[in-house]
Design a protein around this ligand. Structure first.
Ligand SMILES: Cc1cc2nc3c(=O)[nH]c(=O)nc-3n(C[C@H](O)[C@H](O)[C@H](O)COP(=O)(O)OP(=O)(O)OC[C@H]3O[C@@H](n4cnc5c(N)ncnc54)[C@H](O)[C@@H]3O)c2cc1C
Length: 405
């Protein structure tokens, strides 16, 4: 086998395949190879979006799209003007894969199967003569003038240009550090909060549709739905906090307090409302009459936590109890004691320092002819298809910038 290539791509995941196909298509005269350590590639694509692959998100304004990236917001604005959601949709459509938009903006293949995306990539790679070499784990990289020497588990390769698309792989980050790059220490992003608390212990599955959450003692806050789980809390309001607070929450060792407003009213307005309810529903039992559009089971727990018993009627409530209930509704404090993996999607914050990447080309500012795409860079997003959009955008721009020497 010829082990000298024009362009080598390390990593046969989302970004690696997307880059390889685009390079090979734009430069049929070049030899392009992917070195992938697994016996198959695209494994994350396969399991992504619960097996459906949430390819991108129906957000078509670059300045809005970037707001979903806790790391990379500023840097991706330019790249999104070159290649973003609409281009992704067109790219797949031109290759026979139709995408659909779901109510919340997430986009999936119409087939509802990630295999459609994998089949498309494998077909395109073959069509454009990309050499996909599985079971080739990269062990070392040497950057010489006008050439890279790449040592793999199956021998040495050489290439003039090198694109690294190895996702969140610590070994490759170490190699890049040896080559002179700064690696921002990886920490998990997109996780759920572990909370042991009487108020939520018996109500897994309950959803509060629109809450505001703050992390006590920090500037971190978010809003949206919260799902009570068997071990704590999940859903977008929590996941957003975990992504935007990835670094800060890691420093707190995932032990912190959150303050939840369940009803979008401040304490005073809530108290006024409760006083009105006391008049209006005087003879009714408090726990049985959920207010503020809250789920019945959650309402009950918040009422019981306010020193109001199961049999009490609205008329029985004294000032302290009304205030305690207003507090539970607008300012409930929960102690978070750890984190759990969010099953649908998890990513790692950290990677190649953003300052060391030229975002017009995705070339390294430290090592000429070395390019990056995907999660290997210190970019990550909230859930919803944004992480893949970063992979497509970076891979596309890198592929358009890589010219033969
Ligand atoms: C369960 C799950 C579900 C997800 N669902 C979604 C979703 O629906 N939508 C979304 O936008 N994002 C989703 N994500 C995030 C998304 O999968 C990643 O952001 C994306 O895969 C990153 O692409 P990448 O090409 O940079 O890295 P990867 O897809 O991780 O690919 C890296 C590749 O490099 C290879 N590699 C690593 N080290 C070496 C080495 N030393 N030598 C050779 N090869 C190597 C790996 O084997 C791998 O194939 C999900 C993540 C997970 C874990």
């Amino acid at each position: 086998m010829n082990t000298q290539k024009d362009i080598i791509i390390i990593g046969g995941g989302a970004a690696g395949f997307f880059a390889a196909i685009n390079i090979a298509e734009q430069h049929p005269e070049l030899s392009v190879a992917i070195l992938e350590r697994g016996k198959e590639g695209l494994q994350k694509v396969k399991i992504s979006g619960g097996g459906r692959c949430n390819v991108t998100h129906a957000e078509f304004i670059p300045s809005e799209l970037v707001l979903n990236y806790p790391r990379g917001e500023k840097e991706l604005l330019g790249p999104f003007h070159s290649f973003m959601t609409g281009d992704t949709i067109a790219w797949f459509e031109e290759r026979g894969v139709e995408l659909k938009i779901e109510e919340d903006g997430r986009m999936f293949p119409v087939s509802n199967s990630s295999q459609t995306i994998i089949d498309c990539f494998l077909h395109e790679a073959e069509k454009h003569n990309v050499d996909v070499l599985y079971n080739h784990s990269v062990k070392s990289i040497q950057a010489l003038e006008n050439n890279f020497i790449i040592e793999t588990s199956q021998g040495e390769f050489q290439s003039q240009k090198l694109l690294i698309a190895t996702g969140s792989n610590p070994k490759i980050w170490n190699l890049l550090e040896d080559l002179g790059h700064t690696i921002i220490q990886p920490v998990p992003s997109l996780f759920t909060f572990d909370i042991k608390d009487k108020r939520i212990k018996d109500i897994p599955g309950v959803v509060a549709k629109n809450v505001e959450i703050k992390v006590v003692g920090t500037d971190l806050e978010s809003n949206g739905p919260v799902l009570i789980t068997h071990v704590g809390m999940s859903a977008p309001a929590i996941l957003k906090l975990s992504a935007f607070g990835a670094v800060e929450l890691a420093k707190l060792n995932y032990n912190f307090k959150i303050e939840i407003n369940f009803i979008q009213l401040d304490f005073e307005s809530c108290l006024e409302q409760l006083k009105d309810f006391k008049q209006e529903f005087a003879k009714k039992t408090v726990v049985k009459l959920a207010q503020f559009d809250l789920p019945k089971r959650l309402w009950k727990q918040l009422v019981l936590a306010s020193d109001i018993s199961e049999t009490m009627r609205w008329a029985d409530l004294n000032k302290q109890q009304l205030e305690a209930l207003a507090n539970q509704l607008t300012n409930a404090i929960f102690q978070v004691t750890g984190k759990s993996t969010f099953k649908d999607e998890f990513v790692t914050a950290g990677g190649v320092d953003l300052k060391e990447v030229n975002f017009k080309t995705f070339e390294s500012k430290r090592i000429p002819n070395l390019y990056f795409a995907g999660e290997v860079i210190d970019v990550d997003a909230v859930t919803g298809g944004f992480n893949f959009q970063n992979a497509w955008t970076s891979a596309y721009i890198a592929s358009a910038s890589i010219m033969p020497l």
